[in-house]
Design a protein around this ligand. Structure first.
Ligand code: ANZ
Ligand code: ZN
Length: 840
């Protein structure tokens, strides 16, 4: 018997796959394509188990699809720009480029050791000018189209990372990367106008509702946050010295307009200084405003914020009731949303209710519960009434359901010129400027004469200079690099300065999946035929942590590139699988907990096939996977059993039969019953593995099915060995088992396949064709009687129950003929033998 030595076998097959670019595919219009992609790794140093999990899942899907006749593209590359490279370079006194490329080499070798069927010819790294030059081109094209703009505004600033952050990168007020409290800093920055696509980004989620997890769809929907309502003008009691006459508010509840009793403004609202001018309240308001401005936006938006405010001394007028409404500055009103002003309806909005209670402001009830005659009493209410209801105290609208009133009042406001329907989004434009070095330069030039001048396309790429030293304080060395900064203006030829900010690395990951189709095209981002053929991605796999950030940006990018004419589809990822974490002893693996399991160590100890098998077997892909030593031992034992079955128990008797070989009926009839059962189990296993993997990603149940087949072979070895004529049946079953196990444990299966005498590579074999009749369990003949007389015979599965047999009997045409016109009184069923229908 040949010993199972994974390290030899695995290296052997990896060499064979690598040398022939075995998994490289090209456009082939005669074959259906399938694009399977896992989120590409950040070259952080070494692979962790999370990587192994996601790439193993993707690899099995790729291999199974390939065997089903698809032209599969399964590429790999590196999300290679970003802050950790810079921080590591500072810490270790090296250069980010050196650090990055060394890590890429290490991690590439690790991926290869795991036997993934990747198309390495398409490999890319986003930090190379060959990649980012196209991104700079997109920037220029989007600028031309008005989808990129520069704006000075308060920005999220992380003092530790020394850079601004997009809204999506601030989590509960903290930097997503280092958990530092984010500050606000006024800076001129570049923005991608993602809001131009807000509606489409929302509507097109409908195209994904079959293929994406519901919770990701919900998170995206909420992040875009579409609100339908109205903008309403409130006249000031008296115009300000500067000439302002009114305040516009955005509301989603114009049905409560008759209940608006005061006005709340954001601290940054431009009217505030005008309103308090020469008022006794001025000093107090100014102090309050300064205080609120220093709070960060996220905290100001939080539900549990203590509502506070201050009276400005000014009033405005409710346009429909004529009531005089005091104007407050309130800490929970944000300047970046709607108009930065809120008509306060304390009876029907909880925040306004809290505020009114605190500052003793009047409540007016304008909506009451539908089927109740106890009208809400403003003096005893303990909370705002926010549910649907019927309008009261609202002039001509009194008595309407509030939904209906929303429409009617919007019509009324539009007719009278008091307001208009309006839609607001929570989504903000994407700030892509980063004040860090290790990123793609933003291709613009600042000229004292000409202002902001885009770099001409013919001058691309604007290369990131590599001959610089990173600074210990983390600040970008680019502004102090004259050879980079100093340039001449492309318009007037006078000395000018380059932009020294770089692009957010999420820009790179927003289009890499499209670039894979055309990695080797130099002068254009894409080969049009290749993008049209391969895209969109059929199956995308990655972590839930990207539910908003990366997935939203990529969706936006695809729509923008489509409108630039580069792409012809609307959504990048048709199906999304979000895998769970790999944990140990119930918690996330981390150095501080000392519970990290290193992939290389595991591959050294057990071999890649065992590691892959365990990862797939231990949990369904969406669930967290608890690493266990006994679990991986179990997977290793199973593979050894398969090995021993082929190389020892059955060695000389096996022949290179096709999997699911179609035997003439008499071959099986002349053998003991175990053969027919083996064949049934063989076909059932192939069928189940295909369905479990392709329809539901249930790798664990697929593996269980293969284990059962192997167990059945072991359990009946004596019978099989005693009947040499039956060896072809056993060989076919063994070939099937190896074929369907090969996507999970590719190296060992190739080796055993070869040991059976097969000459083609298993990786190139088609998925076996299941014979549906082979799936039927043994059948028995049942005689059918009507009133005790034999009328017909049927065959049913041996294990069919009484109901199934009766149902089959009552459909038999002979029976139907003999009971025609009669009433069935009773049906007697003796399973496996007879059915007697009593009728008269
Ligand atoms: C009056 C009203 C009465 C409101 C009522 C609600 C309930 P969403 O769904 O998030 O869009 N609002 C408007 N602009 C705001 C701002 N800049 N900062 C804080 N709050 C703001 O919420 C829309 C509602 O949030 C608007 O409708 C407004 O309050 C408030 F019974 O207007 B409402
Ligand atoms: Zn930070």
């Amino acid at each position: 018997m040949k010993q199972y030595t994974p390290e030899d076998i695995e290296a052997k097959w990896q060499n064979i796959w690598n040398e022939g670019d075995h998994f490289h595919t090209d456009v082939d219009l005669d074959k259906p394509k399938y694009y399977v992609l896992e989120m590409f790794p950040y070259p952080s140093g070494r692979l962790h188990m999370g990587h192994v999990r996601v790439y193993t899942i993707g690899d099995v899907i790729a291999r199974v699809r390939r065997m089903h006749g698809f032209n599969v593209i399964h590429p790999m590359g590196w999300d290679a720009f970003g802050l950790p490279a810079e921080n590591a370079a500072i810490k270790h006194g090296t250069h980010p480029a050196k650090w990055t490329f060394e890590n890429i080499d290490t991690m590439r070798a690790q991926l290869k050791r795991l036997g993934y069927s990747l198309d390495w010819k398409r490999e890319l790294a986003t930090c190379t000018p060959e990649y980012y030059r196209h991104e700079q081109l997109f920037f220029l094209k989007l600028l031309e189209k008005g989808l990129v703009y520069r704006k000075k505004a308060p920005q999220n600033w992380c003092p530790v990372c020394q850079t601004v952050l997009a809204n999506e990168q601030v989590e509960e007020g903290l930097c997503w990367r280092c958990d530092t409290e984010v500050e606000q800093k006024e800076l001129a920055q570049w923005f991608f106008r993602i809001t131009a696509y807000a509606d489409e980004l929302l509507d097109d989620l409908g195209m994904l509702d079959q293929g994406w997890p519901e919770r990701v769809l919900t998170m995206q929907r909420n992040w875009i946050g579409k609100s339908i309502g109205a903008e309403i003008d409130f006249e000031l009691e008296s115009p300000t010295d500067a000439g302002s006459e009114k305040i516009a508010v955005f509301t989603t509840r114009q049905d409560t307009l008759y209940g608006a009793t005061f006005m709340s403004l954001a601290a940054e609202h431009p009217l505030v200084p005008e309103l308090i001018k020469d008022k006794p309240q001025a000093a107090e308001v100014t102090a309050f405003v300064d205080n609120v401005r220093n709070m960060d936006r996220i905290k100001r938006g939080a539900e549990d914020l203590e509502k506070e405010g201050v009276f400005t001394g000014a009033y405005c007028i409710n346009p429909v009731t004529g009531a005089k409404m005091p104007i407050y500055v309130a800490n929970f009103v944000l300047m970046g949303y709607g108009t930065g002003a809120v008509m306060a309806v304390p009876a029907h909005d909880q925040r306004d209710f809290d505020f009114a209670t605190k500052y003793k402001l009047p409540l007016k009830v304008v909506i009451t519960p539908k089927d109740s005659d106890n009208v809400l009493d403003p003096l005893t209410m303990e909370a705002a009434y926010t549910d649907p209801g019927v309008l009261v105290d609202s002039q001509e609208f009194t008595g309407l359901n509030n939904d209906e009133a929303k429409e009617k009042i919007a019509d009324f406001l539009e007719e009278k010129g008091l307001g208009k329907r309006s839609v607001n989004y929570r989504l903000r434009d994407w700030n892509i400027s980063r004040q860090r070095y290790w990123g793609a330069p933003i291709p613009v030039i600042y000229c004292d004469e000409c202002g902001v001048v885009p770099v001409p396309e013919s001058d691309l790429p604007v290369k990131l200079p590599l001959d610089v030293k990173t600074r210990a304080d983390g600040r970008s060395p680019l502004p102090d690099t004259p050879s980079f900064v100093e340039t001449i203006c492309p318009t007037c030829g006078k000395p000018a300065r380059r932009e020294t900010d770089t692009m957010d690395t999420f820009v790179e990951s927003s289009w890499y999946f499209a670039r894979y189709t055309s990695t080797h095209v130099e002068n254009a981002p894409f080969d049009p035929q290749a993008v049209d053929y391969w895209l969109p991605v059929d199956q995308y796999i990655g972590g839930i942590e990207h539910a908003i950030l990366h997935l939203l940006y990529s969706r936006f990018f695809v729509k923008a590139l489509r409108d630039l004419g580069y792409l012809k589809f609307d959504e990048p990822f048709m199906n999304l699988l979000t895998q769970g974490m790999v944990i140990k002893d119930g918690s996330k693996m981390s150095k501080s907990k000392g519970n990290v399991v290193d992939p290389d160590e595991m591959v050294n100890k057990y071999g890649a096939d065992t590691v892959r098998l365990f990862i797939l077997f231990a949990a369904p892909p969406e669930k967290d996977l608890d690493w266990s030593d006994s679990g991986i031992e179990g997977s290793a034992r199973f593979l050894s059993r398969v090995w021993r079955l082929v190389t020892e128990e059955l060695e000389d008797a096996l022949s290179p039969m096709d999997p699911c070989y179609s035997f003439p009926a008499d071959v099986l009839e002349n053998l003991p019953a175990e053969y027919k059962e083996l064949r049934r189990r063989e076909h059932a296993c192939v069928d189940k593995v295909a369905k479990d993997i392709q329809n539901r990603f249930q790798f664990n149940t697929a593996i269980s099915a293969i284990m059962e087949l192997i167990n059945f072979l072991y359990g009946n070895l004596e019978t099989f060995k005693a009947n040499p004529d039956g060896m072809q049946v056993v060989s076919s079953a063994m070939a099937s088992a190896l074929t369907v196990l090969s996507p999970m444990a590719p190296h060992m299966c190739e080796e055993l396949w070869q040991a059976m005498g097969h000459t083609r590579r298993l990786a190139d074999e088609p998925w076996p064709t299941v014979d549906p009749t082979a799936l039927v369990k043994d059948e028995v003949t049942v005689v059918l009687q009507v009133n005790g007389k034999l009328r017909s015979k049927i065959t049913v599965p041996a294990d069919a129950g009484k109901d199934a047999i009766e149902a089959a009997a009552m459909q038999d045409e002979h029976i139907l003929r003999h009971i025609e016109g009669k009433t069935v009184r009773k049906v007697i069923v003796v399973p496996g033998k007879l059915v007697n229908v009593v009728a008269n």
